[in-house]
Design a protein around this ligand. Structure first.
Ligand SMILES: *Cc1c(COP(=O)(O)O)cnc(C)c1O
Length: 384
């Protein structure tokens, strides 16, 4: 079918299939489904953990957005990640991961999966030679996040996939930051895409969810078995909320990016700012790669103020429109200090080693009026 936005609106919403011609897919809350006769007990919907019509409709929509054959919806991004690892790896297997991953993903790897005998090596995947050197006999998977959080580092999905496939590795890309509107990893050679649906796909900060997209039949079969066997499924109501959110993904992402690029430029020219991290800026060291593998640069950026923690604190506390909050990807603008919030659990030494300074501020740029957002930031600078 058709273009991205047409798919986002129409796939999974099929009035012709509906009893009353509903234009919007209904919320099927039933946990179980009655059969006409004993001959039918194995056919169609049986029990909602295994399959539910509303979740099915969402999964069809999500698959279409990533140009995937299949999608599976989960109760959180981390539940989706857990299902990938549990279904495709076993004791003794090794995973190579980008060293700048979402904190919750690192916690899942180090404090849960390692207890089951799965090993992880963290590598700066911007360096292909380092990646190649880190591949071991037991390596089965490479785990990419691009752009990363909060420093907006990029990994070359196509180049890494080619090298990974030469060594029989499964390539997983966490595509939460870019969203499928701006980046489609399966098209670039990756095997599996994972999303925290909580962020841009849901888009309204009112649902926690996750998704996995895949085109390979065998990988899909294994993960689908585990979706049911482990049971961390997305509820019918949450599935419906995500379907509602996804319909406006394209227009939201355009506006997120419009605002983010202009705010990045405003910050870059401000005398009290040391450095801005946004892949859409010419000054971003991987701007060329961003242009090559992304159709846009998204709504996430971070910047360093001149000074330290005290300056960062004064800045964010003076803002009124930007809410002081973790998470990202909703219509409303959020701001946070990684050293005190999202990355506070990482020891300071380690934070500094990957480049997260005390004065670093992360922004999830919302879709409000640009002039109001900039005026709000002026308040922050005046408070310094
Ligand atoms: C939020 C997030 C996750 C985890 O998703 P949850 O829905 O919070 O479980 C994973 N990866 C990235 C990049 C995220 O931002």
């Amino acid at each position: 079918m058709k273009g991205f936005t047409t798919k986002a609106i129409h796939v999974g919403e099929e009035p012709k299939r509906m009893q009353y011609g509903d234009v919007v897919s209904p919320i099927h809350l039933s946990t179980t489904f009655a059969k006409e006769s004993l001959d039918e007990v194995e056919s169609g919907y049986v029990y909602s953990r295994s399959a539910n019509p509303t979740r099915d409709n969402l999964e069809k929509k999500l698959a279409a957005l990533e140009n995937a054959k299949y999608a599976l919806a989960f109760s959180s991004g981390l539940a989706a990640e857990t299902t990938i690892l549990l279904s495709l790896l076993k004791k003794g297997d090794h995973v190579i991961a980008f060293d700048d991953l979402y904190g919750g993903t690192k916690r899942l790897f180090n404090r849960v999966m390692e207890r089951f005998g799965i090993g992880f090596t963290y590598v700066d995947l911007r360096d292909l030679a380092l990646f190649k050197k880190s591949i071991m006999e037991s390596s089965r998977m490479v785990w990419i996040e691009t752009p990363t959080n909060p420093l907006m580092k990029l990994a070359d999905i196509k180049a890494i996939s080619e090298l990974a496939h030469e060594h029989g590795l499964i390539v997983v890309v966490d595509n939460t930051f870019a969203s499928p509107y701006f980046q489609q990893p399966l098209t670039l050679g990756a095997d599996i895409v994972v999303h925290s649906v909580t962020k841009y796909l849901g888009g309204h900060s009112d649902v926690v969810g996750g998704a996995v997209m895949v085109s390979d039949d065998e990988l899909h079969e294994k993960m689908r078995f585990h979706q049911n066997a482990v049971g961390a499924i997305l509820s019918p109501f949450d599935s419906w909320l995500v379907m509602r959110g996804v319909k406006t993904l394209a227009v939201r992402m355009e506006r997120h990016q419009y605002n983010a690029l202009r705010i990045a430029e405003y910050l870059e020219n401000h005398p009290l700012v040391d450095k801005v991290y946004y892949p859409g800026l010419e000054s971003h060291p991987q701007h060329d790669l961003a242009k090559r593998q992304m159709k846009g640069y998204g709504g996430m950026l971070s910047f360093e103020l001149k000074g330290g923690l005290e300056e960062a604190r004064k800045f964010v506390e003076a803002l009124e429109i930007f809410a002081l909050a973790e998470s990202l990807g909703g219509v409303e603008s959020l701001i946070e200090i990684p050293a005190l919030m999202t990355h506070a659990s990482v020891p300071r030494e380690e934070r500094l080693k990957v480049g997260i300074k005390d004065s670093l501020i992360r922004v999830s740029v919302g879709i409000e009026d640009l002039e109001d957002l900039i005026e709000d930031m002026e308040k922050g600078f005046k408070n310094l």
